[in-house]
Design a protein around this ligand. Structure first.
Ligand code: GDP
Ligand code: IMO
Ligand code: MG
Length: 468
């Protein structure tokens, strides 16, 4: 028999909590599930449905209010999530966006963690008045570390390549390579100096020829070991078996909000390979990258920008090199948070998002940056592509085919009124409503939320993902 969370709550109110995490969870009203009982999950997974920078951070912050725990499950500090609350702007790369609302935040095993960056981000956020302590932040003890050798390799390869990926240069790819190569230093290794020293020797054996081939100096193993040992006491208080904590949290009927980084078209399998990041960014990864089972991800909320952007190299069929592209970049302030690069801009690509809906099992979308289209007299939506004289409705896997796609557009009238800061559906101009409805039709998923400015509260709720 399945117990709905409300029934579990009623049955179990007042029981004690045999868990080291009880203190922080009980602040939100911890409810303990009976051992072995089945329970219904009311989780939400937020993922980027395009090429990243769709506004995931803003929506995760907004939804955090309704969640108990926020979990990052892939990527690293290549992500840049911007949250605007009143006159405060928070820029998060590695920390789950739930920290700003004081929610228990977990960095899952699927994330690659630069420990120096983590400590500096914690300090920056503390400087902005955000409370971060081991009670509120948990780092999976089986997550792999990004070391300076990974950043060196990432940057040296990009500098040497004739076909650059346009990475963020933060060592993400090389760190994942060492993870799947079974050489990586994991968080738990920091508490075992002998294991750590052996791991660094192993890494050195692998990296030495790569470094010399790229003209990089040899790795100073002793210095790196000393640095990691000195840092260990600052990192280890956050380290725990995150999978176990999540298991307890879910059995207690608590709500988990997963925060994806990057976007589906940057997924290492499903994206525009090789112009992708080195992790699986799709919703399915929320389970593997956190240690929660496949039922964990729950409602999948795709974050979709009302037009398209991409930062870095790679195919982009609806890219605009004209005044409209410039307008979108300027009004949308499309400058990368991590690297300061200008984002490439183009029309909304419904074929691409339709693909993303399928790849992620998207239940509904949050459409962001509608306000950036204010004042454009004519809008275009790409409904499919022409390739070698035939029409196709999806992005093919081959790079050469991807770069030869000609978008098929339909035109819509724009609106002269402003949507910026709109907080109700009723106040949206008629043509903006038509645009949103047409997007829903073309991608085959309903709009659950609309965002009309960077501010947290400039958000329209159509359907609550936690109640769906
Ligand atoms: P993320 O990586 O998906 O979290 O997105 P980023 O934070 O990198 O980029 C989105 C940018 O758009 C940020 O600067 C946000 O503050 C901003 N933003 C988010 N939603 C809206 C919106 O509805 N309208 C406008 N104008 N800006 C938005
Ligand atoms: P958020 O979470 C947009 C892009 C890089 C590059 C490619 C590979 O803010 O949406 P990497 O450093 O990961 O090896 O770079 O992926 N990229 C992003 N683009 N948003 C991101 O994150 C990105 N993270 C990586 O620009 O093209
Ligand atoms: Mg971003």
């Amino acid at each position: 028999m399945l117990y709905k969370p409300t029934r579990v709550r009623r049955r179990l109110r007042g029981q004690s909590i045999p868990s080291p995490t009880a203190e922080c969870l009980s602040k939100g009203g911890w409810i303990l599930a009976a051992g072995g009982k089945a329970y219904e999950m009311a989780n939400v997974t937020v993922i980027g449905a395009q090429w990243g920078d769709e506004g995931k951070g803003k929506l995760v912050d907004w939804l955090s209010n309704r969640a108990d725990v926020v979990v990052r499950f892939q990527g690293g500090h290549n992500a840049g999530h911007t949250l605007v609350v009143g006159d405060q702007t928070y820029k998060l790369s590695l920390l789950p966006s739930g920290v700003v609302q004081g929610k228990l935040s977990i960095i899952g095993n699927g994330v690659v963690v630069d420990p120096w960056h983590l400590l500096s981000e914690i300090e920056t956020l503390r400087g902005q008045g955000v409370a971060i302590s081991p009670d509120l932040l948990v780092l999976a003890d089986n997550a792999c570390l990004i070391l300076p050798i990974h950043r060196d390799l990432d940057q040296a390869r990009e500098a040497a390549a004739s076909n650059k990926i346009g990475t963020t240069g933060r060592g993400i790819g090389p760190a994942y390579e060492d993870k799947v190569g079974r050489r990586a230093v994991r968080v738990a290794d920091l508490e075992d100096p002998e294991a750590l020293a052996a791991k660094l020797d192993r890494l050195n054996a692998h990296h030495a020829p790569l470094r010399s081939g790229l003209g990089l100096p040899a790795m100073d193993v002793a210095a790196l070991l000393a640095e990691l040992q000195a840092m260990a006491p600052k990192i280890l208080p956050y380290a725990r078996p995150a999978w176990l904590l999540l298991d307890e949290v879910v059995k207690a009927g608590r709500r988990v909000l997963f925060e994806g980084a990057q976007g589906a078209l940057l997924d290492v399998d499903h994206g525009t390979y090789p112009y992708v990041t080195s992790s699986n960014t799709v919703a399915g990864q929320a389970a593997a990258g956190s240690g929660l089972g496949p039922r964990g991800p729950g409602y999948v909320l795709g974050i979709v920008k009302a037009y398209t952007t991409r930062v870095g190299e790679g195919p982009f069929p609806t890219e605009l090199h004209d005044e409209v592209g410039k307008h979108l970049g300027e009004v949308g302030r499309e400058v990368g948070t991590v690297t300061g690069r200008s984002r490439r801009c183009g029309w909304f690509d419904a074929a691409l998002v339709r693909q993303s809906v399928a790849l992620n099992g998207i239940s509904g979308i949050a459409l962001t940056k509608l306000d950036v289209l204010d004042g454009l007299p004519q809008l275009r939506i790409c409904t499919g592509y022409r390739l070698n004289g035939a029409e196709i409705g999806h992005m093919p896997a081959g790079l050469s085919a991807q770069s030869r796609l000609e978008p098929i557009y339909e035109e819509m009238e724009g609106w002269s009124e402003t949507t910026q800061g709109a907080r109700t559906w009723k106040t949206l101009p008629g043509n903006a409503v038509k645009y949103v409805r047409r997007i829903e039709e073309l991608i085959g998923a309903p709009v659950a939320l609309l965002s009309t400015s960077p501010q947290r509260d400039d958000t329209i709720l159509m359907r609550d993902p936690f109640q769906s």
